[in-house]
Design a protein around this ligand. Sequence first.
Ligand code: ADP
Ligand code: MG
Length: 697
Amino acid sequence: MGMPHLPLSSRLTVLRGVGPAYAEALGQAGLETLRDLLWALPYRYVDRGSLRRIAELDRFHPGDERSPVTVLGTIKDLRQTTTRVQRMTLTEALLEDGSGTLRLVWFNQAYLARALRPGDRILAFGAPALGRHGLELRGPAWELMGRGAAVADDDPFVRRYLPLYRKLGPITGRVRGRLVQEALGRVQVMEDGLPPELAKGLPDLLTALRLLHQPLDESDPQALEQGRTPAHQRLAAEELFAFALGVALRRAGRMQRRGRVMPTSPALRERLQGFLPFTLTTAQRRAFKEIVGDLTSGRVMHRLLQGDVGSGKTLVAFLTMAMAAETGGQAALLAPTEVLARQHAVTFTRLLGDDAHRMQLLLGPMKAAEKRAALARIASGEASYVVGTHALFQEAVAFADLQLVVVDEQHRFGVKQREALKTKGGDPHWLVMSATPIPRSLALAVFGDLDQSVLDELPPGRQPIRTRLLDPDDAERAWDLVERELGAGRQAYIVSPAIDPTDETKVSLRDIQAMEALLRARFHGVALEVVHGRLKADEMGARMARFVSGEARLLLATTVIEVGVDVPNATVMVVDHAERFGLSQLHQLRGRVGRGAHASHFVMLSRAETERLHALVETQDGFRIAQKDLELRGPGEFFGTRQSGVPQFQVADLLRDRALLVRCREVAEVVLARGLNDVQRAWLQQEQARLKLAEVS
Ligand code: ADP
Ligand code: MG
């Protein structure tokens, strides 16, 4: 055949049958080139070995969730009704496969009456259950295999595995499968970016793609389903290596940048010592030593300071800032919320004592005159300690001599925002802090080019926090506890979740108002403040201040208090609807109590997902909780926003492939030391674009 071989970068319109409408639908799903189409793997493989004849089904244990079955048959009858009691749409289909018939039922899926018709040949997957009319599949997943005349003409099961693709607009899964097959037949793969160290023992790229779109009969079904075949490994290695190489390049670039050497002296040491309200923990001392090492090395510091809630990161941050501020420069601390920025400002004011005037707070919604004055003090260098929110990113902010930036809870800032600060002057040193302890492989992925220090120890004298999970019906026990603590002179937090706990702007005022009413009735005459993400900043600040000062005894809040709020006299927290939070988020919330000398309590109210929530009752080790949370939710959700800088891979999985990532990272260093050739450079650029990874700088 004279069909020319196509490069991976060819537009999809080169395929037969891809006209403007299809190209548009593919484009909307982010599929523009043959490369994109081929990297979008089937979402599932049907194993003919798992296909059952309907007549055989009663030999399986009905209702066993763990043994779902696949059946292939023709729809004989299809009807839709509304149930009398709960007014649900009920769709029933009778499936026939030559050996028998099986009832399929779906609730509230009205569209099925349009999507399916009698005569359709479908694959249905689900766990058989015993219904009034015998065995049935309830709410099965299904795939249309043929309709009308198309039914007879091709048997999808010529091979053992049938790949299934998601429908994209007008393009059905089957049509998509055909496009993939055509692309596989016509594509030519020249570039090969994977170094031999990683490629060894794995199929080449084109073979891997073929194997994944058309698995061999002898493939292991479990490995296929879990993405652990050599072909998967090959693609994952490509993605992870491209990522690791990008990170290694960034790091290499940074190592070459000259950083300002901060002058140390006995006088400075004495000055810093004088700031300390307590003896540093061993971990704080070690971390600070590593930081000083960076600041005096002549290179730009890029360090991550990890530590569980309450491990004392703020003090380390302050000392680091003092290194710059006490030697004639400026340092800025960036906080993710105004509440937190204000609190850091209070802490710094206390630590600085007589020198408190050298600290400047900058927030977005300050009054014009106040902000002008703040900007002037930052520009003149009069303010050597600057604390603020993302307002610090704004163009109007100019520093006299910014030498160091500390970012608190860095994963809450977008990559773009962090980049914006880099343009603020010179080439400042960076210290980023994270209260979510994360496993090494992931830290590598998220904070790839950073050096790491870990605070693995809490300051002495901490009281353990007693954690309980209560059914909402037993909420009275929680309120009794709050009452007791209030009676002893303590303060309490009540947390009511926003609709979407990761998005503070989505606060359901109705929920929080209901809780407020409940609390006011239950705790007559006790001073209560309510804070949530919809309040104006100054109002929020004023209310928080009344709680911090002890004037207010109860604080009803959404997750705005999640990070960093430090009120040692608060000894009890009650979280309503705890199931709406991630485990790490709950651990952060819990970290708000247990900060003083008094025993503290953390109570979760929930009757859902109690097994998951129990992890918090069992341990106070943030590292273990984070690991569990990560396994349950996956890296994307774990880190919150998509823009947080966690790379989005198509095949690689940061949890499953963590060992591979560590290996890719090692090989990337080796390859970089050898020097990249043009093919590798071009490949790297393509992969970075495909994965939308941060630019290689
Ligand atoms: P996080 O690491 O969660 O940001 P903080 O910096 O807010 O923790 O510190 C938690 C509490 O521990 C604060 O009240 C702080 O004053 C106190 N703290 C920090 N370091 C020490 C120390 N070395 N000894 C005693 N208390 C400390
Ligand atoms: Mg903190």
